[in-house]
Design a protein. Sequence first.
Length: 384
Amino acid sequence: MIRYMVKGEQVKIAHRRSKFTTSVALGGLGLAMVLVAACSSSSDTAGGDASAAAGGEASAAASEAPAELTKVAYVMPWVIQGEEAGQFAALNNGYFAEEGLDVEIVPGGPDVRAGALLAAGSAQFAVLNPAGVYTNRAEGIPVVGVSGINQADGLLLMCKTSTGIDSFDKIKGKKIGVWLGGGEAGFQAAAVKAGLQVADVEWLPQKFSMDEFFNDAFDCASATEWNEKHVVYKEGYVAGTDVNELRPADLGLYLPGDSIVTLESTVQENPQMVQGIVNATLRGWQWVCSSEENRKAGAQFTVDAAPDLDLELQVIQVEEMCNLMAQGPAGEEGMIGAMPQTSWQQSADAALAAGQLKEPADVTAAYTSQFLDAVPADYRTITW
């Protein structure tokens, strides 16, 4: 059985989105359970053929799946969208079932606290970035990372070329728009690495749009790779000619984004279940990213689950996710999911510098690579 949870009776997706915003309006106050059959899209929808092909995989997988499946609730990093295409592929292609799991996808959002759901036993797994792992642990919730997904968090600064800003060392004394509450951490870490002090820059709260960028209220504005960046370029701006893009990765700072997490107790008491979630999630993403056809099918899976989504925008999100997964340490290794200690340490340092943490985090206790190391290579190989 394939299921997902939708908060409220209706999900409305705003055109502009950030994990640090409330740009998604969720109708209703309760959690409504919605049942979805695998490959429920009709043949006349975009990507229908690819979805149908995936349905064949799901049927084959179902015949091989264990008779008794363990029910698992899996909290996503945001509302249903292309950012979760790999997880939906794992559902629709039967990868979770092959691991003995009946997975329920729980959409995230501005009012969803994944750590609290894990602590309460309402969910067993979630997708957070390392900073979220550290802040939950600081609050007494023993969350631990068990696999990486993105090698970078997908945040960048967009600066009009007219400002003359084309590197982090040039933002001294400048007005930089950030999504406070976490979105500033990577940029502040990059500024420090570029030789500046955090106080050298005027960090200003940015609205949940690119309005301040268009109106020259900031020298540089924050954007996500999969949304705001494309909003700017759809308005006719040209990268390198009208806009310079700055990323912490330009300075070798790979601050991991989406990562699979669970409680320490789950790791200790049910390692087989943890291995199953890691195996199937990475396998789902590897399948999605491996071809243009599969990327479209992965985007279609999310539209099947949330019909109000724009398929074209979800394809863009999937493309950007695949790019983020193949960067840095993962690209060097040729395998998705890499979670080197250097990257997790950089995230801890950035969270501390941004004031998200009051004291340095115990990085080595915050994640384990034992499950990642046990994933079959075929599920992790970067083929794109």
